[in-house]
Ligand binder design. Structure first.
Ligand code: PFF
Length: 465
């Protein structure tokens, strides 16, 4: 603790101001990009089915507690590391703690980005196929079994899912190649408001269905007898994945944020927006699920099998189906760009590549791993390691090992090893902000968060159950 002198802090700051690095140009741009990273398949596809499987409202309450009590602070820690160093996730640790092994945490983040993008782009590709299927009215008159077999035969086929995955990767790579200001910021500022508008339209449609109240009751009427340790631990894991913390995506984005941004406010606003979208996605999905007498515990198929079933029975179903899958694709895209940027920033700054070369090499190599994830639903579906398909293995390795471990090391680093006055200076913008919650923040990252994360981690490894 206390290893960095004031001169060093000054040098670090002066260095950033004069670096002429690409960066976000407005407060809204930062918010849109960071919320874009957080809001993704995790909110619209994963959160509703986890909530369905973990007791509805009870899960929601625990989730809210975790996001506010821990999530915001982990996010703020990442922003602090990123902005104070003004470097990619690996370079940031190297710069703040030279000659110490902390850069390994950054390196782990780069690895996590490879793994996450490889499997995430599989599902992201599916959203494109489903936009297409919705637009050509492929769900009309189909039974539940038909819809199930459309899903299975698509995901098991060899070529189509791969083509969509590669198209999705290409779009991601294009935006990242354009850079922070002209790519990530610009597109996030267009895509995120669009996402909110689509979400609100879908909410209105869902709430005006007959029996919508049964779905709302499931979402908002807690049955506390449903809460047990596995519900809590599931909520904690989902909160991390959903907030995009633990792998340096927000360290990387933080490095593009200017010195006048209030990082505590940004962390709070991003966490609220992320949670709001998860809840609204539930408001779209559950009233519809109950209105049409389907099962909220359906699991990962909820979005791709249950929802088409609902849309095809609904007035204006084609329109709402296209909107829904477009929403899913937009949410996924603003997340995939944040993951790819982690790798690209590392290649540019540490391996001295141009942005073009870094983008091509990273997206190409991630796509190769991605192909195996996609084929693990089809040609390779019987190939298993530790009883898991390649896709499940990657998801498990990233979500249950790399993210919790990364998150743990990040809070421990900021709480115990980073110079306290540097941390305070970042939170208060060199004393110009009050930083009323600074004490609470430090308490959380020193004690509460490490303990809680340790619990998820052990659970993720199956040691705890
Ligand atoms: N937060 C994204 C989601 O909820 O879908 C997923 C994600 C994006 C995780 C970026 C991690 C990350 F760095």
């Amino acid at each position: 603790m206390g290893k960095i002198s004031n001169t060093r802090i000054f040098l670090i700051m002066a260095n950033i101001e004069s670096s002429g690095r690409d960066g976000f140009t407005s407060k809204f741009g930062v918010l849109a990009a960071a919320a874009g990273s957080a809001i993704g398949l995790g909110n619209v596809w994963r959160f509703p089915y986890l909530m369905g499987q973990n007791g509805g409202a009870a899960f929601l309450i625990i989730y809210l507690g975790i996001v506010l009590g821990i999530g915001v602070s982990v996010m703020l820690s990442e922003f602090i590391i990123g902005r104070s160093a003004g470097q990619n996730a690996y370079g940031a640790f190297k710069k703040l703690s030279p000659k110490k092994p902390w850069f390994l945490v950054g390196f782990m983040g780069i690895v996590a980005a490879f793994v996450i993008l490889a499997f995430y782009s599989t599902i992201a590709g599916w959203t494109l196929e489903y936009i297409y299927l919705s637009a050509v009215d492929a769900f009309s008159g189909k039974s539940s079994d038909d819809l199930q077999s459309i899903f299975v035969s698509f995901t098991q086929s060899d070529i189509r899912p791969l083509i969509w995955q590669l198209i999705f990767m290409a779009i991601t790579a294009w935006i990242v190649y354009l850079g922070i200001q002209k790519g990530i910021e610009k597109y996030s500022k267009i895509l995120m408001p669009s996402l909110f508008i689509i979400l609100l339209i879908l909410c209105v449609r869902s709430l005006t269905l007959e029996n919508a109240s049964v779905g709302l009751n499931f979402m908002f009427n807690p049955d506390f007898s449903k809460i047990d340790s596995s519900v809590i631990l599931n909520a904690l894991g989902q909160a991390f994945f959903s907030l995009s913390v633990g792998m340096g995506a927000l360290i990387t984005y933080g490095s593009y944020v200017n010195k006048s941004n209030n990082l505590s406010n940004t962390s709070f606003q991003v966490s609220i927006a992320d949670t709001l979208v998860a809840i609204l996605a539930g408001v779209v999905i559950f009233p519809a699920v109950f209105s049409f007498g389907l099962d909220p515990k359906e699991g990962p198929g909820l979005a791709f099998v249950v929802l088409p079933n609902i849309f095809q029975q609904m007035t204006g179903g084609v329109f709402f189906a296209v909107l829904f899958f477009l929403l899913l694709a937009i949410a996924a895209l603003t997340s995939t760009i944040s993951v790819l940027e982690v790798v690209v920033a590392y290649f540019i700054e540490e391996l001295k590549m141009s942005r073009l070369k870094a983008t091509i090499i990273s997206s190409f190599s991630i796509s190769i791993i991605g192909v195996f994830c996609t084929l693990s639903f089809g040609a390779f579906r019987n190939f298993k390691i530790f009883e898991k398909t390649i896709f499940d293995l990657m998801d498990f390795f990233a979500s249950n090992i790399l993210l919790p471990l990364g998150g743990l090391l990040i809070v421990v680093y900021v709480g115990w090893f980073l110079n306290l006055s540097l941390v305070k200076s970042e939170v208060t913008n060199e004393g110009t902000l009050k930083g009323r919650f600074f004490g609470v923040f430090i308490f959380i990252i020193r004690f509460v968060a490490p303990l809680a994360i340790m619990l998820v981690f052990l659970n993720g490894l199956g040691i705890f159950n």
